[in-house]
Design a binder for this molecule. Structure first.
Ligand SMILES: Cc1cc2nc3c(=O)[nH]c(=O)nc-3n(C[C@H](O)[C@H](O)[C@H](O)COP(=O)(O)O)c2cc1C
Length: 311
């Protein structure tokens, strides 16, 4: 029996917002660390939703790390100052986002082919010794050895941990994870390393833990959206019955729904659109026809009828 690894809930823009994270922790749990989706500067400004999302009063999970994405120190420092103002002691720097609009401006994985720019950006780490920094990255943008070229720099920095998703930025989420690419970085990296990518079952988590025994943790995104019990199943060493999962999901859904019902000013249609994101991944937890009815619903009444069928 292996010792259990800590589980991090990956950040996913549009999915793992504060309401979702809080409700997940209350109804399922099994997570050691939650991460916020990245905060960024857009047209010179913070986005209000990003500020709301990291606001300590809006967050009730036991351990939350806020994330920033920036192509340069000027933007990074503005975001770090916001994190400090909000009382955070940790920050994650995104070097992994593959979205072309951001990557082409050398944000996220778009910066990985440019070691000098990465060095300049990561200089913020030594400028803010009051914060503990971590990095979340991919193998590269274009080639899997881009991360290896960054190892001397990364090893020289005081990082808490590095999370590596073994895909290339230009792949976005297509194709498969490159475990040999991950292994090469794993051997070279001197920081605690977290594996992230395509884990959907307890067996898959265990296989990765067995293959890479020095891992410090596992980060899971879509696998947890699809089955919010996954981390708990891993921690408790048992699978949950479909009934138990649905019961907990019902409580989680109620909390998320209540939150957005209070928050969304733009009417029912906007609420329905927002709630459909809750159901994008957990298709296998409910009947197919119910899942389709949820996604087809155009009014709040239809949505509520479909959700009642789900539970
Ligand atoms: C819709 C979507 C939004 C994402 N948003 C973020 C983000 O804000 N920050 C980040 O570091 N990664 C983000 N990711 C990447 C995930 O955190 C994770 O690295 C990726 O999904 C691979 O892990 P998984 O296979 O366990 O989901 C996003 C992924 C998706 C699909």
């Amino acid at each position: 029996m292996n010792t259990l690894l800590p589980i991090h809930f990956a950040p996913l823009q549009g999915f793992t917002e504060a309401a979702y994270r809080n409700a997940h922790a209350a109804s399922f749990g099994g997570i050691d660390t939650y991460h916020t989706p990245f905060v960024r500067i857009e047209r010179g400004e913070f986005r209000n939703k990003d500020i709301r999302d990291i606001e300590p009063d809006n967050n009730t999970v036991p351990h939350l790390i806020p994330q920033l994405i920036a192509p340069d120190t000027e933007k990074a420092e503005r975001i770090i100052s916001l994190f400090i103002e909000k009382g955070y002691k940790e920050a994650s720097i995104n070097l992994g986002c593959p979205f072309p609009m951001l990557a082409k401006r050398h944000n996220g994985s778009g910066i990985l082919p440019y070691p000098e720019e990465v060095k300049a950006l990561l200089a913020v780490i030594e400028k803010y010794p009051e914060l503990r920094f971590s990095v979340k990255m991919r193998l590269g943008w274009e080639q899997a050895d881009e991360c290896l070229a960054l190892v001397p720099l990364l090893n020289s920095l005081p990082l808490e941990h590095i999370t590596l998703h073994p895909r290339l930025g230009r792949q976005e989420y297509k194709g498969t994870v490159d475990l040999n690419g991950f292994a090469a970085f794993y051997e070279a990296c001197s920081h605690p390393l977290i594996y992230n990518g395509d884990l959907h079952t307890v067996e898959e988590i265990q296989q990765i833990a067995d293959r890479f025994p020095k891992l410090s943790a596992i980060m899971i995104g879509r696998g947890l959206l699809a089955n919010p019990a996954l981390a708990l199943e891993y921690k408790e060493g048992r699978s949950f019955s479909p009934d138990e999962i649905r019961q907990r999901l019902k409580a989680m859904h109620a909390a998320v729904f209540h939150h957005y019902q209070e928050q969304i000013q733009g009417g029912d249609a906007q609420l329905v659109t927002k709630m459909k994101a809750f159901w994008e991944y957990p298709a296998a937890l409910i009947e197919r026809k119910t899942w389709k009815a949820i996604h087809k619903s155009t009014t709040l009444d239809k949505y509520n009828v479909a959700v009642r069928m789900a539970f």
